[in-house]
Design a protein around this ligand. Structure first.
Ligand code: SAM
Length: 199
């Protein structure tokens, strides 16, 4: 799995929502995270990729710990976050070896590649301090028949599945659709949303 993502790393930021390179896309995500993550927070960004969200969050006044399975992604994230309050390490998002507690766990587009997402959600809730939050940005990008990997939430998880899974951990949960083209650099018709959970 880490080889797959190492190979994807070089061109990963070419997608508008990955690299956040245009002012419109950056501003669209920045406005959402400013609302969702009270500053200053200790943020854990799991499956942080090239670190574009970690950088955005650090610029908003947070201290960010990023974890990613792919050494190449981590290398790029460290370079992108140089000089900011961001620590990035290689590790498994399902069982991150990080010093908690955190105020907010941020996970964008990662649950769909985890072999046991329910166990990961339980682990993440245990990393939060009192009043901690999840910000889970997820979606559903195809049908299971297209599956290439043996992961239960491939190729994406509908909000109708994720919401009860997080609520069962004792959180109050809100789902916000994320359909604005500024977020993605294009019009989207599939399901995309943020799940905001408070413990
Ligand atoms: C679709 S990308 C999302 C990256 C980033 N969260 C973003 O939104 O730009 C998925 C990321 O999850 C990482 N990843 C996949 N499985 C992982 C695991 N078990 N633990 C940690 N990271 C993982 C990949 O290396 C990749 O960087």
């Amino acid at each position: 799995m880490s080889q797959y993502w190492d190979a994807a790393a070089e061109t990963f930021d070419d997608a508008a929502d990955h690299g956040l390179r245009t002012p419109e896309t950056y501003a669209a995500w920045a406005a959402l995270f400013a609302e969702w993550v009270p500053a200053p927070s200790r943020v854990l960004d799991l499956g942080c990729g090239t670190g574009s969200l970690a950088v955005l969050l650090a610029r908003q006044g947070h201290r960010v710990t990023g974890v990613d399975l792919s050494p190449r992604m981590v290398e790029l994230a460290r370079a992108n976050a140089a000089g900011l309050a961001v620590d990035v390490m290689v590790g498994d998002a399902s069982a991150p070896a990080v010093p908690g507690p955190f105020d907010v766990v941020v996970v964008r587009h990662v649950l769909w590649v985890l072999p046991d997402p329910h166990a990961a959600l339980r682990t993440w809730s245990g990393l939060l301090g009192p009043g901690g939050r999840f910000v889970l940005v997820e979606g559903r990008w195809g049908e299971p028949a297209e599956s290439r990997l043996d992961h239960p939430w491939w190729p994406g998880v509908p909000a109708a599945t994720l919401e009860p899974a997080v609520a069962a951990l004792g959180a109050s949960v809100e789902v916000r659709p994320l359909t604005g083209p500024a977020l993605w650099g294009k019009e989207v018709t599939d399901e995309r949303y943020a799940l905001l959970a408070r413990f």
